[in-house]
Ligand binder design. Structure first.
Ligand code: XIL
Length: 383
């Protein structure tokens, strides 16, 4: 029957053009080719055996990052034990699909094993432990992981612009105490340095522990790009001001740092894109790359985890505007989402299941309006 054949041809043509499943002919990674952007996502190895997860990941992204399995509690579960099995699974997947790999993260105050946090180490013991950790993990992935989030979230949430008090900084820290004692015993009187010099010195001392970490990573893999990664510093604010001062100082003194990662976890459907853009501009002007490292846009959800349909478009607009802000600065080199399917996202447990649906694909791997918005920008956005 002729009409049946016609319907079949029309239907398959429509499907191939992508009208059937909401995904058009180009994937994100294909769209990103023209602009040279890296388009990445956080990955959980347990899900790689799920066909839809693996095929979507390989089709859509040219970069990935282990969401949790390179954190201390997984990769260094006992003082003398390193476990790279889950990290290696992700790295093998990426290598097999021609994807770049970001490493996350070497120095953080969360997801650390008890042997470390409850170990009552002295400052110098802790420094040795951290140096060994960094050199072992970075060494294992040398030549495979192209960029590391060396230090994550070192600046404080509540005291604007100040460093967070952590096991690495001052409990006992890996060297701060030594520095402070040394400077407080310095002779003052006639040879006293100028006030501005003292201020500069004291702020350098306060993040000297961070500097040591960058130097250790660089020794372990001189080719790797070294990032500082932070939450809540996407816009121009006291936290990003403090990071800016640190990065500028590192660049001036030759401390190896190549980039800054802005996490971009967006809540309440609010994003000050003008300020995000101004912030990207000032950081890239320092000669470092900026990457958006953990983007998600959380929506309020009902007890079944479903968002309001009208919020999906607003969510898409935020993805579009943030991606545009990145693409309009040549030094902004990557957009990475924190997972890609609403089936697996940290937002649910993080928000006690009041928010969710934060990613580009729904729980059945169907592309959402945010997906189309992001792909449009990657296809047509300025570079
Ligand atoms: C989150 C993971 O997504 C969760 O699976 C885990 O339980 C907690 O950590 N900032 C970061 C990420 O830098 O490492 C965090 O990831 C989310 C916030």
């Amino acid at each position: 029957m002729k009409w049946r054949a016609l319907v079949f041809v029309l239907a398959t043509t429509a499907f191939c053009l992508g009208f059937g499943d909401g995904v058009r002919d180009q994937s994100l990674r294909e769209a990103a080719r023209a602009s040279g952007m890296l388009i990445g996502t956080a990955v959980r190895p347990a899900q790689l055996s799920e066909a839809a997860y693996a095929s979507t990941l390989a089709r859509e992204f040219n970069m990935l990052e282990p969401e949790d399995v390179l954190k201390w509690e997984t990769v260094h579960p006992e003082p003398q034990t390193f476990d790279f099995s889950q990290g290696d699974e992700i790295v093998d997947f990426a290598t097999g699909h021609g994807m770049k790999i970001r490493g996350h993260t070497l120095v953080w105050h969360q997801q650390n094993p008890k042997w470390l946090t409850e170990g009552k180490y002295t400052s110098s013991e802790l420094a040795q432990i951290l140096e060994k950790h960094i050199k072992t993990v970075v060494g294992h992935y040398r030549g495979k992981i192209f960029a590391w989030d060396v230090v994550n979230e070192a600046f404080d949430e509540v005291r604007p612009g100040r460093l967070r008090s952590t096991i690495w900084r001052d409990q006992p820290g890996i060297g701060l105490a030594g520095n402070e004692v040394a400077s407080s015993h310095e002779p003052r009187a006639s040879s006293a340095p100028a006030r501005s010099e003292l201020e500069a010195r004291s702020s350098q001392q306060s993040y000297s522990y961070i500097e040591r970490c960058y130097r250790w990573v660089h020794e372990a893999d001189p080719q790797a790009l070294l990032f500082y990664n932070e939450a809540g510093a996407e816009v121009v604010n006291p936290k990003s001001d403090a990071i800016y001062a640190m990065v500028r100082d590192f660049r001036q003194r030759g401390v190896p740092i190549d980039g800054v990662g802005f996490q971009m976890h967006i809540e309440n459907l609010r994003a000050d894109v003008a300020s995000i853009s101004a912030n990207i501009k000032r950081f890239t002007a320092l000669g470092v790359q900026v990457q958006i490292t953990e983007m998600d846009v959380a929506l309020p959800v009902d007890p079944n985890g479903n968002p309001r349909p009208e919020d999906l478009q607003q969510q898409a607009d935020i993805y579009r505007e943030v991606a545009n802000a990145c693409l309009s600065h040549p030094g902004c080199t990557a957009i990475q989402t924190w997972g890609f399917t609403d089936k697996y996202s940290w937002i649910g447990s993080h928000s006690k299941h009041t928010q969710g649906a934060a990613l580009l694909f729904d729980r059945s791997y169907a592309a959402k309006p945010a997906y189309a918005a992001l792909r449009d920008v990657l296809t047509t956005g300025r570079r």
